[in-house]
Write a protein that binds this ligand. Structure first.
Ligand code: SIN
Length: 524
């Protein structure tokens, strides 16, 4: 077997992984691996912006309250406070290292509005290319100082005596590598590709969460999936995001008859929390009605939203009429690898950061533009932790890989998985459908859930998607209430009495309910 050694190995090349690398690479030998190319990530695609209380009229307390309300009071108080407090400071750092946030005509930071924010506090860069601008600035600093392996897939974690001491990977020629490392950081992003309509990049297949689960790390809050209300619906399918910032600038959701869809449905109408807007569109579309985003009143649409404008130009009549066809699609998973406020998982020396981590800051439903912020804030915390933790690589003798024989099973396709997720584990769920999904996933996973180095990269990705699909379905069946991104038609209400402050946790194949909020999460 081929071997490499590093102080720190980071799996994934989104903002969270790159920022962590940036903080660490002066003192540590950092290796970063990514299964495709370095700039393929959800961070790169992020249009919306980054939220922080940066003006005199705003305060992190207010950002905190908005985050908690959007999260249906399911947020961890400690980590959410860290997010919004340190966010304000770290925006200044981003500016210092060269991120050019958009300014208004008075040369002040131009602050946008998005759903469920009580104030304008969203910073953008490049109009609607915020993620790309930030990632490019970090890449320019960090890439010369770390080793990057592209087109190499993290296959499974190496756990010896209960401690993580590396990762097995496979390269594009199917060679197996062992990377020994003192610290292993999972930063693999989200799971959007489990659904047919998603804003996520093709790489978002939940690999890191599946790998950590197989290794025995605790995984939590998997039922909470955020569906974004407005994916561009072209030729029958979701085709990329139309940022909520467009509604923040006055665009309205309308039916084919020109009626305002959200009128009277919520006090914030089009800027109501995403789960509410997404469900309203979904239910209307089930009745075979089309929904459009009317952008006629948005000033300077082309210069304010250049990437969205380009995307919608596929059929110029949409732009000419000012009516963009939309549909909801999978956008963000609030759950993931359970970590503490420093990014430590339940396995020593294994960490997670970014969307694949469950820090608890998003509760049951993430507030718009808090995900880039999470990446920046928790990358700093995690690197601080690693820089003050003494570890010795090579203390554990790593056993050679055993190629076990494997029962032959014909794997489903990604489309098959998406059909099951869309139908049974989607925007609206019920016990019967969830049970059907679980039976379907278990049929495959009974054969596949051990380490099998025979699978090629594509097969391994499918195996990971099956694992994550099963976790989402099981957690969704277990939570007999509706909260945030998890909606059960058979339990359509919040049930604080039984579920407030509890989260679903998977640990070594068991699912249990853990109390994690002791008192109210509101700031008094
Ligand atoms: C959006 O631009 O609507 C998405 C931003 C986000 O999810 O934070």
């Amino acid at each position: 077997m081929n071997r490499r050694k590093a102080d720190v190995v980071i799996i994934g090349s989104g903002l969270a992984g790159l920022m962590t690398a940036d903080y660490l690479c002066n003192e540590k030998n950092v290796m970063l691996i990514t299964k495709s190319e370095i700039n393929h990530s959800n961070s790169w695609l992020a249009q919306g912006g980054i939220a922080a209380a940066v003006t005199k009229e705003d305060h992190w307390h207010e950002h905190y309250q908005d985050t908690i309300v959007a999260g249906s009071f399911h947020n961890r108080k400690e980590t959410t406070e860290i997010l919004v407090k340190h966010g304000t400071r770290l925006i200044k750092r981003l500016i210092e290292i060269g991120v050019n946030f958009d300014k208004d005509e008075n040369n002040e930071l131009s602050l946008g509005m998005e759903g469920a924010h009580g104030k304008r506090r969203i910073l953008h860069a490049g109009g609607d290319a915020t993620g790309k601008v930030i990632v490019e600035a970090i890449m320019a600093r960090v890439l010369p100082r770390i080793t990057v392996f592209e087109r190499e897939m993290a296959y499974d974690l190496v756990i010896e005596n209960g401690v993580c001491c590396g990762v097995y990977t496979k390269d594009e020629n199917d060679n197996i590598w062992l990377i020994e490392a003192e610290h292993v950081i999972v930063a693999t992003g989200g799971i959007g590709q489990l659904y047919s309509a998603t804003s996520n990049c093709l790489e978002a297949t939940g690999d890191g969460i599946a790998m950590a689960y197989r290794a025995g790390a605790a995984i939590s809050d998997m039922e909470f999936i955020q569906f974004h209300p407005t994916l561009f619906k072209c030729e029958g399918s979701g085709n990329g995001l139309i940022s909520e910032a467009v509604r923040g600038e006055g665009a309205r959701l309308v039916t084919g008859d020109g009626e305002f869809l959200m009128k009277g449905k919520h006090p914030m109408e089009d800027l109501a929390p995403r789960d509410i807007v997404a469900r309203e569109i979904f239910q209307t579309q089930l009745k075979n009605k089309s929904i459009f985003l009317n952008i006629q009143s948005v000033r300077n649409f082309q210069s304010r939203f250049p990437s969205i404008y380009e995307m919608c130009r596929i059929d110029p009549t949409f732009l000419k009429n000012g009516l963009l066809p939309v549909q909801p699609g999978a956008h963000f998973i609030m759950g993931g690898i359970k970590v503490d406020e420093d990014g430590c998982s339940t396995i020593p020396n294994l960490y997670a950061v970014g969307e694949c981590a469950n820090t608890g800051v998003h509760g049951a439903n993430r507030l718009a533009s808090n995900s880039l912020l999470e990446a920046v804030v928790f990358a700093e915390r995690l690197s601080g932790k690693i820089l003050t933790t003494e570890n010795k690589v090579g203390q554990n003798e790593i056993a050679p890989v055993v190629l076990k024989s494997m029962k032959i099973v014909t794997l489903p396709t990604i489309k098959d998985i998406q059909m099951v997720m869309d139908r049974y584990v989607g925007i609206i769920r019920d016990a019967e459908g969830l049970q059907q999904a679980i039976t379907w996933f278990e049929y495959y996973l009974n054969v596949l859930d051990e380490q099998h180095f025979q699978l090629n990269i594509q097969e391994k990705i499918i195996c990971n998607m099956l694992t994550v699909g099963l976790l989402v379905a099981k957690a969704s069946l277990h939570r007999k209430e509706s909260r945030g991104g998890h909606y059960r038609s058979d339990f359509p209400k919040l049930n604080d009495h039984e579920w407030y402050g509890y989260r679903n946790v998977f640990l070594k194949k068991e699912l249990y309910q853990e109390k994690f909020i002791e008192q109210s999460v509101m700031i008094s």
